[in-house]
Design a protein around this ligand. Structure first.
Ligand SMILES: Cc1cc2nc3c(=O)[nH]c(=O)nc-3n(C[C@H](O)[C@H](O)[C@H](O)COP(=O)(O)O)c2cc1C
Length: 163
């Protein structure tokens, strides 16, 4: 059986795009609603009809309770000019949304205005995935723009030109 380190190294050979997944924490007696988001490369397609996507969230993430309570999320596939945004949403920064242009989707989910592709999703299922939780989403809106892609491979950001 591969060790976690061997898994990490081997999975690093799988080149991916880079996304930022956002949601909004629910208002409760103890806290007001708050925008939340993180950089994710476990995003993937599942089904075209019905339209389903998934990504997995580490059980060590401080955002686990937020996504455990959320009803919706938005996936922003990043373009080649958004490496700094990927770094920001993977950092320990408290307010990752500061200065970003956005508007609101269902359940007040923050929708970033700048992206390559964007998927607005209703959470359909949460599936246990070892040290991650798989969040299966039903896509309610999807669109894309003709710009170069941000990529991630062997721990490095790169880019792919659109044809
Ligand atoms: C390229 C890249 C891809 C990542 N993909 C994921 C992912 O799929 N799932 C996940 O839980 N964290 C992923 N992370 C880590 C989170 O973005 C980041 O560590 C986390 O948001 C910060 O800790 P917090 O979630 O406790 O705030 C990724 C980080 C990078 C740089």
């Amino acid at each position: 059986m591969p060790s976690p380190m061997e898994m990490r190294r081997a999975l690093g050979g799988f080149a991916t795009g880079v996304t930022v997944v956002t949601t909004r924490s629910l208002i409760s007696e103890v806290s007001p609603g708050r925008d939340a988001g993180l950089t994710v490369n476990s995003f993937n397609s599942v089904s075209l009809d019905p339209p389903l996507v998934l990504w997995s969230l580490s059980k060590h993430s401080q955002l686990l309770p937020t996504f455990a309570a959320a009803t919706h999320y938005a996936v922003h596939v990043l373009h080649a000019g958004q490496q700094a945004l990927a770094v920001r949403f993977a950092s320990a920064l408290e307010d990752r949304f500061s200065g970003l242009m956005l508007h609101r989707g269902p359940a007040d989910v923050p929708l970033l205005d700048d992206y390559l592709s964007r998927f607005v999703c209703c959470i359909r299922d949460r599936i246990d995935g070892g040290d991650h939780v798989i969040l299966l989403g039903e896509v309610t809106h999807a669109d894309t723009r003709d710009v170069d892609a941000l990529t991630y491979w062997r721990g490095q950001y790169g880019q792919l030109e659109s044809a």
